[in-house]
Design a protein around this ligand. Structure first.
Ligand code: LLP
Length: 436
């Protein structure tokens, strides 16, 4: 699952005690484990090795440049959805051809940025693949490429009509979402644009949803894509790459997500011979690599009782980690320092340990919807206690906001015995810098 574990009642990231990191860098603080990132990345690589896939880490899940570099140095490409993410990928040293650019709302500037590449680099060409979401978008990107005299490649995001994933907000593969093009329409677009010189439509992109724990919908989606590839082949249109998107679940509770090998067992047999025959397979995992690789550390400010309820008020809230408020998402929360009887045997919603009390863990933001956990049983807490919010590495910091004018938290990456500050805490001055 990850490299965060209790030793003598003290939560550690690898060999480094988290209390010491919080003492040095303050809270709220995101702490990442390099070993966990690499472990998940290597497991995915190993599971899908027969397909020799390009694994494009989904930058939106955890966008810090140092983390992108950690993965890029091991051969990862990047899945980006904005000019900002493209800049991050470039700063992390990711070659243009290992970058795929998705997103339903690409602006002219972003399209230009992705087509132009960086003239001062060894690989000044356009990004590897534009993932196109509609015919109008295709026309705009193709016109830009033509005007710039550039030849680029594109995938068409096909909506396979399959509903999969966690919360309704993160399901994307069913009919009537804003994403992609319906299958019947897709075929016509490939026929129309497959031979376009400046933007060759030569790949299929799928992304059916996020937080998926069942391999079956992937198998269904892949089968539909393969049938489309065969139909197109008969019409003389060759598909060069199949991008399966992301979506593999993570262990928010112990054992919640099947390992990468389970997904691979359903997907690899369908694609093995195609990959051998030259079909390039791309994956875009975010959560399954990043979620368990990060914890959020937060300090208890006050413990207050209102009627029958106990509120543990912390310095992190929906501004720091939005997932509980937005998706009612479960994150295991536990004190960083505990007595021997309170070392958690697993990370589940209710643990059968002595002396626990129910409480709501809430943040400082002026909204009733600002909580990290509701009705959670925890050991008794007091002002100054340090809590760890687990599996916060994906869609944690990347969705954090400055709501209520709280500066963004800092980020620390633990590599072996070293805890390195990879993003400094914002100051109150940073908050108003653009308003001066
Ligand atoms: N590719 C595309 C086209 C995507 O839209 C996404 C995620 C991914 C890849 C990566 O998916 P993953 O492997 O991380 O599941 N904020 C939500 C998740 C939104 C996912 C958006 N798209 C959350 O906190 O659960």
């Amino acid at each position: 699952m990850d490299h965060f574990e209790y030793r003598d009642g003290e939560l550690h990231a690898g060999d480094v005690p988290l209390a010491a990191i919080a003492a040095e860098h303050g809270t709220p603080l995101y702490v990442y484990s390099a070993a966990t990132f690499l472990d998940h990345f290597h497991r995915l690589n190993a599971a899908f090795a027969p397909l020799n896939p390009l694994i494009c880490f989904s930058v939106k899940s955890c966008s810090n440049v140092h983390i992108l570099r950690l993965l890029a140095e091991r051969g990862a490409g990047m899945d980006v959805v904005s000019g900002g993410e493209l800049l991050r990928a470039r700063l992390a040293g990711v070659p243009a051809e290992r970058t795929v650019f998705a997103g339903v709302g690409k602006t002219d500037d972003e399209i230009h940025q992705a087509l132009a590449g960086e003239p001062d680099r060894a690989d000044p060409g356009p990004i590897g693949l534009f993932n196109i979401e509609s015919e109008p978008e295709y026309e705009v990107v193709a016109a830009a490429a033509r005007a710039m005299g550039v030849s680029a490649r594109a995938a068409l995001r096909v909506n396979p009509g399959i509903s999969a994933g966690g919360h309704a907000y993160v399901r994307t593969g069913h009919a009537e979402t804003k994403f992609g093009v319906e299958l019947p329409h897709a075929e016509a677009l490939f026929e129309k644009f497959a031979r376009e010189k400046h933007l060759r439509l030569c790949a299929i992109h799928l992304h059916i949803g996020s937080s998926i724990t069942d391999p079956a919908p992937y198998a269904q989606a892949v089968s539909k894509a393969l049938a489309l590839i065969d139909r197109l082949e008969r019409k003389g249109v060759r598909i060069e790459a199949l991008d399966l998107g992301g979506g593999f679940g993570a262990d928010y509770t112990s054992g919640a997500a099947p390992p990468a090998a389970v997904f691979a067992a359903a997907i690899v047999p369908l694609l093995e011979s195609r990959a051998r025959a030259g079909l390039r397979i791309i994956l875009e995992p975010g959560r399954s690599i990043a979620a368990n690789a990060g914890v959020l550390l937060t300090r208890v400010l006050f413990v207050k009782h209102t009627g029958p309820r106990k509120f543990v008020v912390c310095d992190a809230g929906m501004n720091t980690l939005l997932r509980p408020s937005l998706y009612n998402a479960f994150h295991f929360i536990w004190p960083v320092s505990v007595s021997p009887q309170h070392v958690p045997p697993s990370r589940r919603e209710s643990l059968d340990l002595p002396g626990l009390e129910p409480c709501d863990v809430v943040g400082p933001v002026c909204e009733t919807g600002d909580f990290l956990a509701r009705d959670r049983t925890l050991p008794l807490l007091a002002r100054g206690d340090l809590l760890a919010v687990f599996a916060a590495g994906a869609y944690g910091m990347s969705m954090a906001s400055r709501y209520n004018s709280h500066p963004l938290p800092a980020e620390v990456l633990v590599e072996g015995a070293l805890a390195r500050l990879i993003r400094r805490r914002e100051s109150p001055d940073d908050l108003v810098a653009h308003e001066r």
